[in-house]
Design a protein around this ligand. Structure first.
Ligand code: PLP
Length: 367
């Protein structure tokens, strides 16, 4: 579908008539967890064939009314994004690479036969919401406002074709600190029975359907006492791809860093891309190349591999300590967060919060 020319679109601003009382909000913000508390407002924009994107509103967060024939409920035409707004050291507010989320959102839209949104409109929508809900940052060190832009097919129609009406929404959820010192390494389970994405499928798109398909293997990993599931490629069941929602990096003893290439079955993480750049700035040898599961296991045993970490917006960087599966299990390095894992995490977090120079121009100040 055609991209509409970029232009500032007019948002109607409707402040919440009865926002959460300050004392209730403070209670929520004292321990927000992740994804369970929500701010007072939301952004909503409509799309149809004749008007394109229209009726942009930032208003009270409220339930949405859907026709039972609404296409998304039947054929899962839905995509989403995830990014964070941070309070900076001088009490300003910044977004991290929102244009990259806008571009990826449009790549996902193209794959799911949905209309693209001008990047400016996407960034404007996110900004409007953060400014309306600026009281919703947890006052804890490292707290942030997690933003969830998403779009779904809203047309009431049961025929199988791309819908002709869509809704774009942005909601916000206060998020606590993931970076408390001593953040434990996670234990991951190798899924032998399931894959996440096949060549030619939707693995590179951030769509809800990918997550629906990963819930059984993820729940299986949890039931076995592990934190996350790691998937292999669907064709050969040999190459490491990613976790259900995070990309993977491997630190070799020779100082090089490996991450699986964006082959079409891996989600192009913005954290992944940022860490590749930071590692290159450090002078590390960075290789985007396939890494076989058996090689990982052998390298961990021989000491040729020192560290493994997963990365994504929600937890930024998380060490992988244990890997288990039907084959048995192995430990990576010491089993805890390794040196480079911790260093890269600290560097990225410092840039995100405006505490370190931003040579790549990633931080977008909005207040
Ligand atoms: C969102 C996502 C990631 C991480 O992307 P970031 O932009 O770094 O948050 C990794 N894998 C999958 C499957 C994802 O959906």
């Amino acid at each position: 579908m055609a991209t509409i020319a970029a232009a500032e679109i007019a948002f109607s601003r409707q402040p919440h008539p009865a926002p959460t009382p300050a004392s209730d909000r403070a209670a929520v913000l004292a321990d927000p967890g992740f994804g369970k508390a929500f701010s007072d407002h939301m952004v909503s924009i409509e799309w149809d064939e004749s008007l394109g994107w229209h009726s942009a509103t930032v208003g009270p967060r409220e339930p949405i009314l859907l026709d039972p024939a609404c296409a998304v409920l039947h054929y899962a035409q839905e995509i989403f994004e995830g990014l964070k707004a941070y309070k900076t050291a001088d009490d300003g507010i910044a977004l991290f690479r929102p244009e990259a989320n806008a571009r990826r959102f449009n790549a996902s839209a193209a794959r799911l036969a949905m209309p693209e949104m001008p990047e400016d409109t996407f960034v404007q929508a996110v900004t409007e919401l953060v400014l309306a809900d600026r009281e919703w940052f947890p006052p804890v060190d490292g707290g942030s406002l997690y933003l969830r832009p998403f779009m779904f097919a809203s047309e009431a129609f049961l025929g199988v074709r791309p819908a002709r009406q869509y809704k774009f929404l942005v909601i916000a959820s206060p998020a606590g600190n993931y970076f408390k010192s001593g953040a434990p390494a996670v234990s991951i389970w190798l899924s032998s029975d399931y894959t996440r994405a096949a060549p030619g499928g939707t693995g590179a798109a951030k769509c809800g359907g990918n997550y629906a398909a990963s819930l059984v293997p993820q729940a299986d990993a949890i039931a076995r006492g592990h934190d996350q599931v790691v998937f292999l490629d669907a064709a050969e069941r040999k190459w490491i791809e990613e976790l259900g929602g995070m990309n993977l990096f491997f630190v070799k003893a020779d100082g090089s860093l490996i991450t699986p290439p964006l082959s079409g079955t891996i989600l192009p993480g913005i954290t992944r891309d940022s860490l590749l750049a930071l590692a290159a700035d450090e002078g590390l040898t960075v290789r985007e190349e396939r890494y076989a599961f058996d090689q990982w296991r052998a390298d961990a045993a021989s000491g040729a591999l020192l560290e493994t970490f997963a990365c994504g917006t929600a937890a930024v960087v998380t060490a992988v300590g244990e890997v288990a599966g039907h084959f048995g299990e192995f430990t990576v390095g010491s089993g805890g967060p390794g040196q480079l894992t911790q260093k890269l995490r600290q560097q990225l977090v410092a840039i995100q919060r405006g505490e370190a120079p931003d040579p790549h121009g990633w931080v977008k100040r909005i207040a």
